[in-house]
Design a binder for this molecule. Structure first.
Ligand code: AMP
Length: 184
């Protein structure tokens, strides 16, 4: 199963990606986590990405797609993956499409997680990550609407929308129930 999760900051992509990854037996790949991990290890990529992550801007597409290409090359993705926070632009979606079609693969579904604006902000303020100051949160929301929301129509044919409010296990069940039947 090759899945993409899309949703505004605070929609619970990370939480749902972890539950779905466990249920489906495929790795959870979060580009935000990959950037934070590179940052913590002080790699060149981490240093390049740092100022974007800190301000809530998007890391440039070429850097992000290359990082994902390397991750998807790892053998644990053979049965699929849950992508969390990638793609975030139409250019990244095109990059992903090129990576997959080069290997004769395609996405099975794109899951949009939705929640009312106030729920999103309350969740992020309660989370306490370093880039969760009110100003950076507001910027990430702006960037989502500007750069990422256009992906919803780009992926119209694969899109499943789930309201991500309530118990997290219930939401994951709803997502799983709305996925296309898996090819053998
Ligand atoms: P996240 O953990 O998904 O909230 O991502 C945290 C930050 O990492 C974002 O605010 C961006 O600066 C950066 N980031 C994560 N994923 C991407 C992506 N697909 N494209 C560009 N930047 C990203």
């Amino acid at each position: 199963m090759r899945l993409v999760l899309i949703g505004p900051p605070g929609a619970g992509k990370g939480t749902q990606a972890a539950l779905l990854s466990a249920a489906l037996g495929v790795p959870h790949i979060s580009t935000g986590e990959l950037f934070r991990d590179h940052g913590a290890r002080g790699t060149a990529l981490g240093r390049d990405a740092e100022r974007y992550v800190e301000s809530g801007e998007l890391v440039p597409d070429e850097v992000t797609v290359e990082m994902v290409r390397l991750r998807l090359d790892e053998p644990d993705t053979g049965r699929g993956f849950v992508l969390d926070g990638f793609p975030r632009t139409v250019a990244q979606a095109d990059g992903l499409e090129a990576l997959l079609s080069g290997a004769g693969l395609r996405l099975d579904a794109v899951v949009e997680l939705t929640a009312p604006e106030q729920v999103l902000v309350d969740r992020l303020l309660g989370r306490g990550r370093q880039d969760d100051t009110e100003e950076v949160i507001r910027n990430r929301q702006r960037v989502y609407h500007r750069d990422t929301a256009p992906l919803l129509s780009h992926y119209a044919d694969l899109l499943v929308s789930v309201q991500a409010v309530g118990p997290v296990e219930k939401i994951a069940e709803e997502v799983l129930a709305s996925l296309p039947a898996q090819a053998p």
